[in-house]
Design a protein around this ligand. Structure first.
Ligand code: ATP
Ligand code: ATP
Ligand code: MG
Ligand code: MG
Ligand code: MG
Ligand code: MG
Length: 273
């Protein structure tokens, strides 16, 4: 299952909130932050790819999340992403208070084969490149070339990639391939096993420890014992359940790398398993 969300009318949202053009790095980092929150909450997600106002999430093939009910998954994940976006807004835009509540649309697409998944991610990253090359050239013509937006659209009408590279280089001394990879490649969030040899085992919760003979000191319970566990407690319980099942702890890494060629996938055979 592939889950994608996209900002609703972010053309307007980015105007009202004065995003820098062509790429507001604060907005991109906030998107990455919200996507990471979703992945931390949902261990079924193994990979995510973000650009502009959209993010795509790959759920592992065997997931039993919400019994695989699409409506439940789409509505809960979209809502979780949106509230994380709003919650963390002030960290990224301390000087631009939110003017109205942003919203995102969400959808799930089932892709039957590994090839479909590879093609999907390649399609999104190719889209990132095409949009970024266009937008970078467009805004160079406006901001540095003094053209109106109408003139810049006209200048770019019918041009190919190589023409845009040429405009950027000869008129604005911009070497497109040297721009920040974040803009050219988008954001890749990948779940990876923590290398156990590198990081010491965490102290197991008291309930998992062998009863130690000769040590009668009562140990503090690892969590309070109210009837309804808090989200943190739930998370701790889940983690200790995973440790019992022998699932290695994972970490989420942010990359701005190529995901079209084989290398990325060959190095991570678990993603499509
Ligand atoms: P829809 O509701 O159909 O998705 P939309 O206005 O959100 O409409 P998109 O095709 O999703 O249209 O495009 C998102 C727009 O948001 C971009 O064209 C751009 O203007 C703006 N935008 C999103 N992220 C950024 C960013 N980091 N920096 C600058 N502008 C951005
Ligand atoms: P699920 O994710 O399956 O919906 P849930 O914990 O949200 O699980 P619900 O059946 O939706 O379960 O019940 C919502 C619960 O939230 C209520 O049982 C109650 O404990 C609490 N709750 C919601 N609104 C209020 C409120 N206004 N005042 C007090 N408690 C409330
Ligand atoms: Mg859209
Ligand atoms: Mg949008
Ligand atoms: Mg979009
Ligand atoms: Mg409820």
């Amino acid at each position: 299952m592939l889950f994608r969300l996209d900002g609703h009318s972010f053309h307007r949202f980015s105007d009202v909130h004065e995003f820098q053009k062509p790429n507001d790095v604060r907005a991109l980092e906030l998107m990455d932050h919200a996507a990471r929150s979703v992945m931390e909450e949902y261990p079924s997600i193994v990979l995510a790819f973000g650009e502009s106002d959209e993010y795509s999430f790959l759920l592992k093939r065997s997931t039993s999340l919400y019994n695989r009910r699409c409506s439940k998954i789409v509505s809960t994940l979209t809502s979780y992403f949106t509230s994380s976006y709003v919650l963390n807004w002030p960290k990224y835009f301390p000087d631009n208070p939110l003017q109205y509540p942003p919203s995102f649309d969400g959808r799930i697409v089932p892709y039957p084969t590994e090839k479909h998944i590879r093609d999907y991610f390649a399609w999104r990253q190719a889209d990132t490149h095409i949009n970024n090359l266009y937008n970078t050239t467009f805004w160079a013509l406006v901001q540095q070339g003094g053209q109106t937006t109408t003139e810049a659209h006209a200048t770019l009408r019918g041009t190919f990639s190589k023409d845009k590279h040429e405009i950027l280089f000869s008129r604005f001394q911009i070497n497109y391939n040297q721009l920040d990879a974040r803009y050219r490649k988008g954001s890749v969030l990948v779940r990876e096993d923590i290398q156990l040899q590198a990081i010491p085992d965490p102290e197991p919760p008291a309930e998992e420890r062998e009863p130690s003979t000769g040590d009668s000191t009562p140990r503090a319970a690892p969590f309070a014992t109210e009837s309804k566990p808090s989200p943190v407690e739930k998370n701790e319980k889940k983690k200790s359940k995973e440790r019992k099942k022998g699932k290695p702890p994972t970490t989420i890494t942010l990359l701005h790398c190529d995901i079209i060629r084989d290398e990325f996938w060959n190095e991570r055979p678990g993603l499509l398993a």
